[in-house]
Design a protein around this ligand. Structure first.
Ligand code: PLP
Length: 499
């Protein structure tokens, strides 16, 4: 294991799951109405007028008023104007400690100067794109290979979503098999085949798949998170149904570790893939260059056949995606040339533009030179330990845990429902019965997010926090003071249980 590893401990998933189960079996605890109405709402009304004005106008031109899912914050989206290191500043000049970090790509901290300087130099020399080969493409592929030797070849694409689509195509060509197994709750972008069982295991084709013909995900199977027996049953059954081309995992657990897995889970998935002749795909969109410079594959000591990249791969700049792996598989992607052989067609006008490649190369070099994964991971440990201490001190049922710099703070358990033990019919009935409760819990999670934001902390939807190299012990202490300001006002409600 290289020094630059961001994970110093791995919690037992059964212990976390037991605490999450306890959380969802009791009514919601959230900030009380008096505090919300007398301190949180006035913050937004009085101090965030410029954000509100932009949002109100944006609603006329942009569906929902924001272009990015992560920006849908209660009571209305904040309009950010400046980002620097561990801080964000909104249009009204309010300053926030930033634990969203753009949803993961900025492990060096926002707008990291050494990366920006390299991008500026490129822009002066060549502009962002030419459509022809640029040396930075080679530099990035070599830089990835240096830290992840399993990625012998790398093809850059425009996003994680596209890269997941490409990986499935390669797996089908490589194996001649049809089916794909994904884990319940996992997110692999929004392509037709993979918007299946998002967030809530067992919600296959029910909650988020509107507008997608059922036939598009007929060859996708969903397996219960962390369940190797179920995975083996699916792989066995699939032998009679066209075979399994690939098993795709987020290596720290579905939805960025929201569904925790056992430390040796990925090793066993590798063994099962070998036994049943399926490719193992690691979706390292979040974990690549975050949980360690060698990614989750180095941390778990598992060799995937294909690795999917996004986020950090373009250093926080646009067009972040790519697929890499063993030569025999990566070479199955066509680079536009019709060869007459079976090839996975991939492309993108702005795929692998010099700007993204220079930013990605510079970011990975800086992550290595600065030991960024380890530094961000230590801050993740400190933040999580502090949150656990506050939760205990205030007698709250909340659950905090982390995988290095990926920190989870579950206040309502909105993400903890699971229908994956049930048949399709039963899970549909389960969802019907629990849907309102899930939405009440989601609302409450967002209300907590609004309270954190009003106290100067930006989170991912009120339940996830990414730390970065820009965080310091002092910043984490300050963040914990602010969390305490919120936790002080949390009370048990009578909401959130099916009546
Ligand atoms: C694990 C994982 N895979 C794939 C994606 C999709 O990547 P993108 O948003 O670049 O399409 C994401 C995005 O958050 C992700 O977290």
């Amino acid at each position: 294991m290289s020094n630059n590893c961001g994970i110093s401990r791995w919690d037992d998933p059964s212990e976390i799951n037991a605490r999450l189960k306890k959380l969802t079996s009791q009514p919601i605890w959230e900030v009380d109405d008096e505090y919300y109405n007398s301190e949180i709402m006035p913050y937004y009304d009085e101090k965030c007028k410029a954000s509100k004005a932009v949002y109100e106008e944006a609603k006329n031109y942009i569906p929902g008023g924001v272009q990015h899912n992560l920006a849908f914050n209660k009571p209305f989206p904040m309009c950010m104007e400046k980002a620097e290191g561990a801080y964000l500043y909104d249009k009204d000049g309010n300053k926030y400690i930033d634990f969203l970090q753009a949803g993961g790509p900025t492990i060096l901290g926002s707008n990291y100067e050494p990366v920006r300087k390299r991008v500026e130099k490129l822009l002066e020399e060549c502009g962002p794109v030419t459509g022809l080969l640029h040396e930075s493409e080679l530099m990035l592929a070599k830089e990835i290979n240096k830290h992840m030797p399993n990625v012998e070849m790398f093809r850059m694409l425009g996003s994680g979503t596209e890269s997941c689509m490409a990986a499935l195509r390669i797996a089908r060509i490589a194996t001649g098999k049809k089916r794909i197994v994904k884990m319940g709750g996992a997110y692999h972008g929004w392509s037709d085949q993979l918007v299946y069982g998002l967030k809530i295991p067992g919600s296959r084709g029910l909650l988020e798949s509107h507008g997608i013909p059922g036939a598009d995900y007929r060859t996708t199977d969903e397996c219960r998170p962390n369940d190797l027996n179920m995975l083996e049953s699916i792989l066995k059954r699939n032998r009679l149904k066209g075979g399994t081309a690939a098993v795709m995992v987020e290596p720290c657990g579905p939805e960025s570790g929201t569904r925790p897995i056992a430390r040796d889970y990925n090793k066993h998935v590798r063994e099962l893939c070998d036994k049943y002749g399926a490719l193992l795909i690691f979706d390292e969109v979040v974990t690549g260059f975050r949980v360690g410079i060698g990614g989750a594959q180095e941390y778990f000591d598992v060799v995937p056949d294909l690795t999917i990249f996004g986020k950090i791969i373009a250093g926080g700049y646009p067009a972040a995606g790519g697929v890499g792996g063993k030569k025999e598989y990566a070479q199955l992607m066509a680079a536009g040339l019709a060869t007459g052989k079976h090839r996975a067609y991939v492309g993108g006008t702005l795929a692998a533009n010099p700007l993204s490649c220079v930013a990605g190369t510079a970011a990975i070099q800086e992550i290595a030179a600065q030991n960024a994964c380890e530094k961000a991971g230590k801050m993740g440990d400190k933040l999580t330990d502090g949150l656990k201490e506050l939760i205990d001190r205030y007698g709250l049922p909340f659950v905090a845990y982390n995988q290095g710099s990926i920190c989870h703070l579950e206040c309502t358990g909105a993400m903890s429902f699971d229908f994956s033990s049930l048949s399709f019919i039963k899970s549909a009935l389960g969802i019907l019965k629990n849907k309102d409760m899930m939405y009440v819990r989601k609302d409450s999670m967002e209300k907590m997010g609004a309270a954190y934001m009003a106290n100067g902390i930006v989170t991912l939807a009120g339940s996830r926090l990414y730390t970065s190299m820009a965080d310091t012990p002092e910043i984490i202490d300050e963040a914990l003071n602010r969390f305490e300001n919120v936790f002080k006002h949390v009370k048990k409600t009578d909401k959130g249980l099916v009546k």
